[in-house]
Design a protein around this ligand. Structure first.
Ligand code: HEM
Length: 456
């Protein structure tokens, strides 16, 4: 008997499901869950899981459930392969070793430095904003999240010496998430995959230059890059691993952080009462200044707004595992080689766990602590995101600095659509900048956002 046969399964062929998934993964996954329940096989070797219990079984067992490689070839000895020598692409002891090194790089002891760097980037960026302007918050936030690792982790002015690396990272990230890179992974001039291979070479050259620059500065001990280079010198990292670590630090979660920031500003704009409460919290605790790291830790409503945004609109709406040996999920036998897809988007809308799941209701986080396998914006278990604390720290700082200066609202009749297969994000997020003092009025919007969020 085919091992996955007992699992509820829709009748359509796999190519049809693939098509629906690539067209709109969120609707596709929600419909599967609604029609078939917590575990669904779209083919004997492709299974979606939608409950905290199944998530725990798959995510907690890193030995038997391996992470999936990127969906295009990374030719051996290529710059692209070295840029992908990162913890998320490894399994077993290799993963644990690389995770540990990255966790040390992201350790609290460097936070003073991260704080200074992030504040510098935001201050510089916000200096160009003026009351009355309408700005698309997606590219605005993208610029901030691209530049902060450059300044904060690598101590490199993103508008000066770091300009080239920031430009390359932006181009690399855009090419990576373009669906044509995955659909046509051929090294032919004109195709995005060819472009990806070329940019990867340029990026590695740039990283090599930064390593030489750091050596010339005498490897200052307070810099995380010095720590990475020392790990390489002491043979705890290979060259490919050093390049992979640098690439991960420059790149990880850039688009995700930008998407969360843009969505949070938007969702707050649709909830004037909550906006008033956050503004009051900021006035009470920060009083118009740039918040210190200690003050940031004491902004429960702002933190709740980010958590709630990541619940409703998680940038990583799905991720997957490959089963390494015949096993079970609950009562169902699962064959070796099966792909398991886990969805933060679906589990985070479960009405038994999150009452009124389609509403933006940040206050729920002041009293709720869900099971960690039912709240997965950063994954869970031994492979959970290593950058979650830094990402939250940065996002709170950005929002606190913006919301202390402005009230933001979409222009009349704005269209707000959610898009993206690899990373879910707004197509565009135009928001007007209003002074903080004027009475705030909610402006309704059009667009497919109404399919995912109840904005009534
Ligand atoms: C809002 C921002 C971010 C989001 C939503 C996010 C989300 C995630 C998720 C869902 C996973 C788990 C994937 C899986 O289980 O297959 C993950 C893993 C990972 N994240 Fe993040 N991430 C963010 C920011 C960052 C940052 C800033 C860094 C580093 C500076 C980072 C580094 C990593 C690494 C290294 C892994 C792989 C861990 C492993 O496989 O052992 N992430 N992230």
């Amino acid at each position: 008997m085919n091992p996955a046969e007992a699992i509820p399964a829709p009748r359509a062929p796999i190519w049809w499901h693939n098509l629906q998934f690539w067209r709109n993964p969120l609707t596709f996954m929600e419909t599967l869950h609604r029609d078939y329940g917590d575990i669904v096989a779209i083919s004997p070797k492709h299974i979606f899981i939608f409950s905290a219990d199944y998530n725990q079984q798959a995510l907690n067992n890193a030995q038997q459930f391996h992470t999936v490689k990127v969906p295009f070839p990374t030719p051996p000895n290529s710059a692209l392969a070295r840029l992908f020598t990162i913890p998320g692409q490894m399994n077993g002891p290799e993963n644990r070793h690389q995770r540990q090194i990255m966790l040390t790089t992201l350790h609290q002891k460097y936070y003073d430095r991260y704080y200074q760097g992030i504040v510098q980037v935001i201050t510089h960026h916000l200096a160009t904003w003026r009351v009355g302007q309408t700005r698309d918050m997606l590219p605005e936030m993208n610029q901030i999240t691209l530049k902060t690792p450059c300044q904060a982790i690598f101590d490199l002015d993103p508008d000066g010496e770091g300009q080239q690396v920031v430009k390359l990272i932006e181009a690399w990230g855009d090419t990576l998430i373009a669906s044509n890179t995955t659909l046509f992974p051929f090294n032919l001039k004109g195709l995005p995959y060819h472009h990806l291979l070329r940019i990867s070479e340029q990026l590695e050259t740039e990283y090599t230059r930064l390593i030489q620059r750091q050596r010339a500065r005498g490897l200052p001990s307070e810099a995380p890059l010095s720590y990475l280079i020392e790990q390489y010198d002491e043979k705890h990292l290979t060259w490919a691993e050093l390049i992979g670590q640098m690439n991960n630090l420059f790149n990880a979660g850039n688009t995700s952080r930008a998407a969360v920031l843009a969505w949070t500003l938007f969702l707050i704009s649709q909830h004037p009462d909550f906006l008033g409460m956050v503004q009051a919290e900021l006035r009470r605790n920060v009083a118009g200044n740039i918040p210190t790291a200690a003050e940031l830790a004491n902004l429960p409503l702002l933190e709740a707004a980010i958590k709630e945004t990541m619940r409703l609109l998680p940038p990583v709406s799905w991720f997957s595992r490959t089963v390494m040996a015949d096993t079970q999920l609950g009562d169902y036998p699962i064959a070796n080689g099966t792909t398991i897809i886990c969805s933060p988007f679906v589990i985070q809308r479960h009405p038994d766990i999150y009452p009124q799941p389609h509403r933006f209701w940040p206050e729920r986080w002041l009293t709720t602590t869900p099971n960690i396998y039912a709240y997965l914006p950063f994954g869970a278990g031994p492979r959970a995101c290593v950058g979650s604390n830094l990402a939250l720290f940065e996002m709170k700082l950005v929002l606190a600095m913006i919301l202390q200066q402005y009230q933001l609202t979409p222009p009349a009749q704005a269209v707000i659509n959610s898009t993206g297969v690899m990373v879910s994000m707004p197509q565009a997020m135009p928001l007007e900048l209003w002074p903080r003092e004027v009475p705030f009025i909610k402006r309704s919007v059009r667009g497919n956002i109404h399919e995912s969020v109840n904005l009534a």
